[in-house]
Write a new protein. Structure first.
Length: 468
């Protein structure tokens, strides 16, 4: 004992001061009470502290830097800096990773270059960051924040909020009790799970398990690749690329008419699918279909017809077939068959596409011809198979189809003819509401004992009639 205070400057050029202090390292310095400076050029101060690493520094109470922790710094109470160039501060914190930093209470920075702060947080992945309360960032360059969150994905995962888990590469979970377990997935809201690669689940208790799928709303399931479900308790039922909205249900795997990459509207277990638009262009609606058009007094069902002289026939004329052809002309008083009235605003317009311009091949009844096609496997940029090879039936492409083939709507010789409904027609001023009319020799309406019922006059030379 060098003096009555038990100061022990053992290392060359070391210094010990205070009570029961020991400076073992060369050029080390120990001060305070029961402190030990073991590392070269180390410095310890406070109460019951140990500086074990070269050029390390400990201060406070019951703090330590271990022998291998060169240039480490521990401060506060019961902290440990065991990583090279690490820093532990606060209470019961540990910085064991290379150049790691732990602060707060009960935190652990175990990964190289990691940072843990708050209360009982753990940053064990390299370059990870954990903050808040009882959060864990165990993935490389991961980030956990909030309370009870876990960012365990291999690289770049992020968990925030309360009780969230981000367990896959580049995944992100936020909100309450959400899980992002698919690579590059995102889960948000409450109780949602994004388990498919590149999937997104949001809302409440939603699940996006398909590749690049999206589920939103409440209780929705997007379990098909590239599927999208929204609303309440909707599901893709394994169909790929579908969009399902509404409540309670989805496309039926047992129904051969339900197809991938289609749109569905559902309305509960009893209602089922109430509307759908399929990938072949066909549509089905279980209920009424209404149309609102610009002119509220005109609403008709029309088809396209071609004029016999190749010229435009204006709107509001009665038309008839020209002889034995399928082409039309303005009607006259001698015609015993009227096709309809050229429509200004049809609610439904059919036959706008020339079959010869069809993108798909048709049979003699103008029905689409289908063919079986093998779809090769889909792979990511690393060669991993995202989707296995499969067979599908699809419409057969017309080899003669051209994008430049125009619609009948673009041709002046083709026009919409209203066949059923309320139609506006030109008149000679003689027609009266409640009476009847027929075409004169110019194709405009004139008063008659029978023919088309005149509903009302809409102008000096215009009336509204009912065609049926």
């Amino acid at each position: 004992m060098s003096n009555g205070c038990n100061q022990n400057p053992i290392g060359d050029c070391s210094e010990a001061e205070g009570l029961n202090t020991t400076a073992n390292g060369t050029a080390s310095h120990a001060e305070g009470y029961q402190t030990t400076a073991n590392g070269e050029a180390s410095h310890t101060e406070g109460n019951t502290t140990t500086a074990g690493g070269s050029a390390s520094h400990t201060e406070g109470y019951l703090t330590q830097s271990t022998a291998a922790a060169d240039t480490a710094h521990a401060e506060g109470t019961s902290t440990t800096a065991s990583g090279v160039a690490s820093h532990a501060e606060g209470y019961l914190t540990t910085a064991s990773g290379l150049t790691s930093h732990a602060q707060g209470g009960g935190t652990l920075a175990g990964g190289s270059y990691s940072h843990a702060e708050g209360r009982d947080t753990q940053a064990t992945g390299d370059v990870s960051h954990a903050e808040g309360f009882m959060t864990i960032a165990s993935g490389t360059v991961s980030h956990a924040e909030g309370a009870f969150t876990d960012a365990s994905g291999s690289v770049g995962s992020h968990a925030e909020g309360v009780d969230t888990t981000s367990s896959a590469f580049a995944s992100h979970a936020e909100g309450l009790s959400t899980t992002a377990s698919g690579n590059a997935s995102h889960a948000e809201g409450e109780g949602s799970t994004a388990s498919g690669s590149r999937s997104h689940a949001e809302g409440h208790s939603t699940t996006a398990s398909g590749e690049a799928s999206h589920a939103e709303g409440n209780g929705t399931i997007a379990d098909g690749n590239f599927a999208h479900t929204e609303g309440l308790n909707t599901t893709a039922n394994g169909f790929d690329g579908v969009h399902v909205m509404g409540q309670g249900g989805g496309p039926d795997p047992m129904n051969p008419d339900d197809l991938d990459f289609s749109w569905y509207l559902v309305n509960g277990a009893l209602g089922g699918v109430v509307a759908k638009i399929l990938n072949d262009g066909s549509a089905c609606f279980e209920g009424d279909v209404s149309a609102n058009i610009v002119a509220p007094v005109a609403c008709d069902f029309a088809e396209m017809f071609e004029s016999s002289n190749g010229q435009l026939i204006g709107v509001g004329y009665f038309v008839a077939f020209d002889g034995e052809t399928e082409k039309i002309r303005k009607a006259n008083s001698r015609d015993d068959y009227i096709v309809g009235i050229t429509s200004s605003n049809p609610a439904v317009l059919a036959d706008i596409q020339d079959p010869e311009c069809s993108k798909y091949m048709l049979d003699k009844w103008n029905r689409p011809i289908y063919e079986e096609v093998i779809i090769p496997p889909e792979k990511d940029n690393k060669g991993n198979i995202l989707r296995e090879e499969r067979k599908i039936n699809r419409k057969k492409i017309n080899p003669n189809w051209s994008k430049n083939c125009s619609s009948r709507l673009d041709k002046q010789e083709w026009m919409a003819v209203g066949l059923v409904g309320k139609l506006l027609v030109r008149d000679d001023g003689t027609c009266q509401p409640g009476s009847y009319c027929k075409p004169n020799d110019e194709g405009i309406a004139t008063k008659a004992r029978k023919g088309y019922r005149v509903m009302k006059r809409t102008g000096s030379n215009q009336i509204l009639v009912l065609v049926k």
